[in-house]
Design a protein around this ligand. Sequence first.
Ligand code: C2E
Ligand code: MG
Ligand code: MG
Ligand code: MG
Length: 286
Amino acid sequence: HADIALYHTKDKGRDGYHFFLHDLNTHLNGRMTMETDLRRGLQREEFEVFYQPQYEVASRRIIGMEALVRWRHPERGMVSPGEFIPIAEDTGLITPLSEQVLQHVCRQTRLWHEMGLPRVSVAVNLSANQIEQPEFVERFMATLLAHRVPVSAIGIEITESMLMRDLEGTIGKLKQLSKLGIEISIDDFGTGYSSLSYLNRLPIDTIKIDKSFVHDIRPSNNGTSIVAGIAAMTRGLNLNLIAEGVETEAQFEYLERIGCHACQGYYLSHPLDASTATRVLGAQAL
Ligand code: C2E
Ligand code: MG
Ligand code: MG
Ligand code: MG
């Protein structure tokens, strides 16, 4: 950090330098507090999973749920993953955290099956550090087995940036999971600066188009948007297309028109706590 500090000294004069050190200290202290906090949260099992329904466009029925972690923090209330996932990744705490998330998901899925609710597949988000663990596939499958959850009930979401870290290693593990029957989705599609060539090399079932493209939809586009282009491409590759971040009726109707298979977003449903998600699934069973 000395080099950067020196650079700032020249750049901004003495005050700049002091401000910089102050900011750096606050930042590092914040991270340290967060790490200690995360460890304690994991020990006390403060993490919860919310479920956001994914609706099939044609039938308007729920065909899947995305599992989204939440931290029920004793002082701060509900904390979103954007605030703690990056720190969990840097500190290696992502592995125990992901294991808790998968256990929650498996327990919940098992419960839904036992209640006789409609079978939907639940997708969990993976992180690069997690998939890079040597025994990742074995441990993932062992958790499903321990909860007697069939592979058809669980999917995984990976991002393009995960592929950029260790493409060969990741391809190998995804192929194993896919052979075992786990559905694989590419999350935040179109935001990762990666080459499209991986689409032919990976056992992908579904592409989730990023919400930034969905938000750019103008009904007047009439099928000439990035979203429409991606829809045509996924049809050509025989993949499913899910749109995320669908917030308005106009977006939903546009997505229907261009042949998008399923939609997820506030227009249809916010992420729900487990008991609300259970009620929503129960209502669909009637
Ligand atoms: P993601 O996987 O792309 O999840 C979608 C995010 O968009 C979620 O934010 C969801 O609440 C939000 N969202 C859903 N519908 C709408 C909408 O209509 N409009 C807008 N503006 N947003 C919408 P959330 O729950 O805060 O999660 C943020 C990110 O944190 C996720 O992005 C995912 O990358 C990560 N994440 C969440 N849970 C986990 C987890 O268990 N493990 C890992 N590794 N990452 C997770
Ligand atoms: Mg996701
Ligand atoms: Mg996403
Ligand atoms: Mg994401």
